[in-house]
Design a protein. Structure first.
Length: 488
């Protein structure tokens, strides 16, 4: 049935038509203001009072711009149509019974009733950021190695299937502890020795596909909504696989593991800096750019193997408009960072924390940045910081001494990452929880770090914005609201 026009619409229709009929000249512009509509179908004086309408949102003044005769009729008709839509919405609201209404905010938060409305603001899962609560918050991971995040049980099973006989133990718990001890030797080269076993069982396509699938499943279970996972295809060719076959196996595994979850997962192909296949790996990465590969990297021992050793590979990526991130500033100082950025065109820096060696302290105790530090900060070059890994490799002694808090305070583009979840015994949630314990970070800071990472990803701009606006911010909103207003 057609709803009768309200008196407000009838009045505006008449006034708009009157303005059109009396327009002086085509070039004259007038501006008029219509008073805000405070109610719907207000009863005449003396009539029986009608119930006050329930407005879904505050009414704001509507401005009508009067334009030359040639376009007036169209704009006036549009304005009338908008008013009719508002009137219809308000009329529909009047028929909605009062009572608790559910507000759906994405996220695994149980609703609670506040002032007659169900929201997640004071549910049992909202409060100070703890490990369990952080696990349910959305997270973004930019620096994580596929061969550094296997499940211990998977390593043992794959070793049995593929005939790999060099594992130190066949017990999953003992193997996890052995990996942690082996990595925590305060030296990057010693840290990397533990990868011989994980890479050793990843030499067939089914094994690689399984590892990739489980990686995606584990990240999704930890609340990661976007991840860029890197690996070196050249390390998985010992039994005859081609670089393309290795990459395709990872793509297949990621698609299977992320299916049905909130996780979006992409690939970064790394070349080993102490080997000589950088250009070949970069070309393979570009061949798969439309199937989930978003960037190129070099990894491995940093000291003695500067990034410009692979200059041809980086120049190839630049010509192909392909993204580049480079391990730099972990085991070597600012010169490695400088070469990565200024010679090789790095858009992000893997670790990068030794940029602090480019700082000085004034007699007054203030930090003074060097030219390279200023460049990184001014250009908003993201740092893929991996706190626990930096403790394992001896860059710092403990999390409390980590320069990440100083980098945050100085407004560098800081992101938080895991590096190697198996070797360091971490998850994205545990890394964030460690920062909460060490530096007192709240939900607002964790959200800032998460948005930083999403803005710095190699995903296309539009997709980045969708994840930020549709997933990250809405799911952090009730967590941050808890800090502003105590639970009712």
């Amino acid at each position: 049935a057609t709803m009768p026009e309200s008196s407000s619409i009838q009045g505006f229709r008449a006034s708009a038509m009157s303005v059109i009929d009396t327009a002086d000249t085509p070039s004259r512009i007038k501006t008029a203001r219509r008073e805000p509509m405070r109610s719907v179908n207000r009863p005449e004086s003396g009539a029986e009072s009608a119930p006050r309408p329930v407005l879904t949102e505050p009414m704001r003044p509507t401005w009508v711009r009067l334009i030359p005769r040639s376009s007036m009729i169209g704009e006036a008709s549009t304005a009338i149509a908008k008013m009719e839509k508002v009137d219809a919405t308000m009329a529909e609201t009047r028929t909605t019974p009062r009572g608790p209404r559910r507000i759906d905010i994405p996220g695994p938060y149980p609703p609670a009733i506040i002032c007659g409305m169900e929201t997640p603001l004071n549910g049992p899962d909202v409060g100070h950021p703890t490990l369990e609560r952080i696990r349910r918050a959305p997270k973004v991971l930019l620096h994580d190695h596929l061969d550094g995040g296997l499940r211990p049980s998977t390593i043992i099973e794959l070793a049995d299937e593929t005939g790999y006989a060099d594992l130190p133990t066949a017990d999953a718990d003992e193997l996890a502890a052995w990996m942690l001890r082996g990595a925590n030797r305060k030296d990057l080269t010693l840290y990397l020795e533990t990868f011989a076993h994980t890479v050793g069982v990843m030499q067939t396509a089914p094994a690689i596909e399984r590892v990739a699938r489980e990686c995606a499943e584990d990240l999704a279970a930890d609340g990661v909504v976007y991840a860029e996972i890197r690996f070196a295809p050249e390390l998985h060719t010992e039994r005859g696989l081609s670089l393309d076959a290795v990459i395709e196996a990872v793509i297949t595994g990621f698609e299977a593991g992320a299916s049905g979850t909130d996780l979006t997962i992409r690939i970064i192909c790394s070349a080993m800096r102490h080997l000589d296949r950088g250009l070949e790996v970069a070309q393979a990465a570009v061949r798969h750019r439309d199937h989930g590969v978003v960037g190129f990297d070099i990894a491995g021992p940093e000291d003695g193997f500067p990034p410009d050793d692979h200059l041809l590979a980086f120049q190839y990526c630049q010509r192909e408009n392909f993204h580049v991130t480079i391990h730099a500033g972990e085991a070597y100082g600012p010169r490695s960072i400088w070469k990565a950025v200024q010679y090789c065109g790095a858009e992000r820096l893997g670790h990068g924390i030794r940029i602090v060696e480019d700082w000085t302290t004034t007699p007054g105790g203030e930090t003074e940045l060097g030219r390279l530090s200023h460049f990184l900060r001014d250009a908003r070059i993201p740092l893929e910081v991996c706190p626990t890994s930096n403790v394992n490799t001896g860059v710092i002694e403990r999390i409390e001494d980590h320069p990440i808090d100083k980098l945050v305070a100085l407004r560098f583009r800081v992101t938080v990452n895991t590096d190697n979840r198996l070797m360091s015994g971490v998850t994205m949630s545990s890394e964030m929880a460690a920062l909460v314990d060490a530096f007192g970070y709240d939900w607002a800071r964790l959200r800032w770090l998460t948005v930083n990472a999403m803005k710095s990803s190699f995903l296309p701009f539009r997709e980045r914005l969708q994840i930020i606006e549709q997933i990250i911010k809405p799911r952090y909103a009730p967590l941050e609201a808890w800090q502003v207003e105590p639970p009712l």
